[in-house]
Ligand binder design. Structure first.
Ligand code: G3H
Ligand code: 13P
Ligand code: ZN
Length: 323
């Protein structure tokens, strides 16, 4: 099956009350783990590439890895640019075979965000075949690429702006800020309570904003960034094997499942994959101090990622058997 854009995927997801997982990829093992898991479960999937990933692996390597995964599987796969900072990077990706791009001008004033997004949409939609475009309104806290948004400097999406934004830009999907955050440290301890095991419990997502946005944009696909759950099982393994990640905390999975049953059609996951890789490598190194073949510890990393993605598809996204 060739790479596809996200149009039909999101239409089906919206109607079916589930979401598509958008997983960040930087290397071969992670591409394989995600696509093997999705293939086994007959789930559509989005592989997304950030500017940092392009810098790390070089665009051509990522493109070829994704092409290999498409050849090796039989599921709909979208190749998506994550957090495109300007028109040029979006254009470069569109010209080089991406089937979807995000233009992220969310840190710019409203009118500027509209103007940049509209320019990308016009270019992407004129492309044959049609490339889908995601944009963002509102600002998430946390770290993405080289940008760090301080806690307190983030802002929720204003539902009063969404209709005008979508109408004037012609964008295909919209990322909104309802309390998710990038990275493995999504909330400060003082924003949270603690459960009986001492693990931080974050403040709930603002479902009222999501509901209001979907009332204003009926049938329109919404995207959640910063949606890793910061799997505590992996945080524990990391901390038990020489790591130091105190108070790493993410978005509870039941809240993501609820969002997926509503207007949210795309859920972005990067940090959970990073934790899965790191837990696999750290534990392997401690258990086998004599090993020095990367294939040995990267096998554990890849297995962790595959199991994680299967769990997300079944228990969080609900996209199993929706290919
Ligand atoms: O939202 C950002 C993603 O987690 C990508 O992070 O730029 O470090 O690859 P990165
Ligand atoms: P996490 O850091 O929660 O995995 O979010 C990833 C993301 O939003 C990529 O765009
Ligand atoms: Zn993001």
């Amino acid at each position: 099956m060739p790479l596809v854009n996200s149009k039909e995927m999101f239409e089906k997801a919206y109607k079916g009350g589930y979401a598509i997982g958008a997983f960040n990829v930087n290397n071969m093992e992670v591409v394989q783990a995600i696509t093997e898991a999705a293939n086994e479960l007959n789930s559509p999937v989005i592989l997304q590439v950030s500017a940092g990933a392009r810098k790390y692996a070089k665009p051509v390597y990522l493109k070829k890895l994704v092409e290999a995964a498409v050849e090796d599987t039989d599921i709909p796969v979208v190749l998506h640019l994550d957090h495109g900072a300007d028109f040029e990077i979006c254009k470069d990706c569109i010209d080089n075979g991406f089937t979807s791009v995000m233009i992220d001008a969310s840190s710019k004033p409203f009118e500027e965000n509209i103007a940049i997004t509209k320019k990308v949409v016009e270019y992407a939609h004129a492309h044959k075949p049609y490339v889908t475009v995601e944009a963002e309104l509102g600002t998430l806290a946390g770290v993405e690429d080289d940008v760090k948004v301080e806690f307190g400097k983030s802002s929720y999406t204003n539902p009063d702006q969404v209709e005008e934004f979508v109408k004037r830009t012609g964008v295909d999907s919209l990322a909104i800020a309802i309390g998710t955050s990038h990275g493995a440290y999504k909330f400060r301890p003082e924003q949270c309570t603690r459960n009986k095991d001492g693990v931080l419990v974050p403040p709930p997502l603002r479902f009222d904003i999501l509901e209001e946005v979907s009332k204003r944009l009926p049938g329109f696909p919404i995207v959640l960034h910063g949606a890793s759950s910061v799997t505590q099982e992996f945080v524990k393994i990391i901390n038990e094997n020489g790591g130091k990640m105190p108070d790493a905390v993410g978005i509870p999975e039941d809240q993501l499942r609820k969002a997926a049953s509503m207007a949210v059609c795309k859920i972005n996951i990067d940090s959970d994959l990073r934790l899965a890789v790191t837990a696999g490598v750290r534990k392997h190194m401690v258990d086998h101090p004599d090993h020095f073949d990367p294939r040995q510890y990267m096998t554990d990393a890849r297995n962790n990622c595959r199991e994680l993605v299967k769990h997300k598809i079944i228990d969080v996204l609900g996209s199993q058997d929706k290919k």
